[in-house]
Design a protein around this ligand. Structure first.
Ligand code: SF4
Length: 120
């Protein structure tokens, strides 16, 4: 089980500046940038993001990730959850990309297991 707070809880809190934040978090390029850029507008704000708005927002968030000094730690964090983080941009990836990465990793693990069974 991950020691970290899942993103849905961070979203409920309304800020990514939380007491349980990992030690590297304050060195992230996103630190104190604003929750909305990485997670989108809050659902109670009345505005639903269009797909184009989401893409533009995520591209701006990714540009920060590209230059972030803790990109590797952020990736470890984001992948430390068994089902992956469901929302937001983390380590330059959005929810869809994380889902694709998880599927790729599951296929790789399954292929490896199959190969090991065939050789034993
Ligand atoms: S990689 Fe992106 S999401 Fe992660 S800490 Fe850096 S800026 Fe924030």
């Amino acid at each position: 089980m991950s020691p970290y707070r899942p993103s849905r809880e961070l979203r409920l809190i309304g800020s990514i500046d939380v007491p349980q934040e990992p030690e590297w978090f304050r060195r992230g390029a996103c630190y104190r940038i604003g929750h909305e850029l990485f997670f989108g507008p809050s659902s109670d704000g009345g505005h639903r993001e269009t797909p184009r708005e989401k893409e533009e927002r995520e591209n701006r968030a990714r540009a920060l990730c590209d230059e972030c000094p803790v990109l590797a730690q952020c990736k470890d964090y984001a992948t430390s959850f068994s089902n992956g983080l469901q929302v937001g941009v983390w380590h330059g990836g959005n929810d869809h990309q994380r889902k694709l990465d998880r599927r790729k990793e599951q296929r790789r693990t399954a292929d490896q297991s199959r190969r090991e069974r065939q050789t034993s």
